[in-house]
Every structure is written in structure tokens, then in C-alpha cells.
Design a protein around this ligand. Structure first.
Ligand code: FES
Length: 147
């Protein structure tokens, strides 16, 4: 009879298939998360390829006199003056809470209420006493890359 030849694969093989699908699903989910953070993903990647590093943002994404928080990188990029870009850590210098609350040029800490200027990293309001840690960025064309 042919019934033996159409038997399904034994258990372990089937489990392997399920595990592989699970891993692929996770990869897809991670990829989806990453691309949501970047408003213009495909063109940003082209800039990164040209510059040799992973582009963080487009210069047009950063308002002059303000900034933009990048949660995944724990960085805020600001533009104190036209064409002048700066970046600072978004980790509060008081007790290291991550900060995401940016209004114009002021980054506020939800933990104890410290406020920082994202234009120069300085403390606007305590209890923090130390300025934000500055990060290096380089601008290539219209792409901003974390150095
Ligand atoms: S950790 Fe930010 S104000 Fe205390």
C-alpha cells in the first residue's frame, strides 16, 4: 500500500518548522518597529549607504530652535541655529531616567521634574545639576548620522 509513503514527517521535524516560522515572525516584528521610528525609511537608508553609517535623521526632521527625540538611540538631536546640529543623551543626569517629553527646546524628566535645553544640553530646572551628555553627530548632505 502507498499509505506508508504519505505519512507526515515525525514530530521533531515539525517542531523545527514551527520554530523557524516563529523566528521569522520575530524578525519581521523587529523590522516593523524599526521602520516606524523613521518617518522616511527608504530615503534615509540611501543616505546611510552613501555616508557609510546609519543615518539617524534628515536635517529637515529637526526644527530650527528645537529638536527631536530618538527613543531607540536615547538621543535628542537639535538645531540651535540654521544648519548647526547638536545631539545629547536623553538620559537624565539626576538619576538616569530616560526622557522623551520634548516641548520646543526643553526636554523634561518625568521622574523628578528636571528640565534641560536641547540646544546646549544645559540644566533649565533641577534637581539635576549636570548638563546632558553631548553626542557627536555628523551631517552629510541632508542626513544626520550619530558618530
Ligand atoms: S531622574 Fe530626572 S529629575 Fe530625577
Amino acid at each position: 500500500m502507498t499509505s506508508e509513503s504519505v505519512q507526515p514527517m515525525p514530530g521533531p521535524s515539525r517542531r523545527t518548522v514551527v520554530a523557524a516560522v516563529g523566528a521569522a515572525g520575530l524578525a519581521v516584528a523587529l523590522t516593523a518597529c524599526g521602520s516606524e521610528d523613521e518617518a522616511s525609511g527608504s530615503s534615509t537608508e540611501q543616505g546611510a549607504a552613501a555616508g557609510g553609517g546609519a543615518a539617524l535623521a534628515k536635517t529637515a526632521d529637526i526644527p530650527e530652535g528645537g529638536g527631536k527625540v530618538f527613543d531607540a538611540e536615547k538621543v535628542v538631536v537639535s538645531q540651535p541655529a540654521a544648519g548647526d546640529f547638536k545631539a545629547f543623551s536623553t538620559i537624565c543626569t539626576h538619576q538616569k531616567c530616560p526622557m522623551t517629553d520634548l516641548k520646543e527646546d526643553t526636554l523634561s524628566c518625568a521622574c523628578h521634574g528636571s528640565q534641560f535645553s536641547v540646544l546646549d544640553g544645559s540644566v533649565k530646572k533641577g534637581p539635576a545639576t549636570q548638563p546632558l551628555e553631548e553626542k557627536k553627530v555628523s551631517v552629510s548632505g541632508d542626513s544626520i548620522t550619530l558618530a
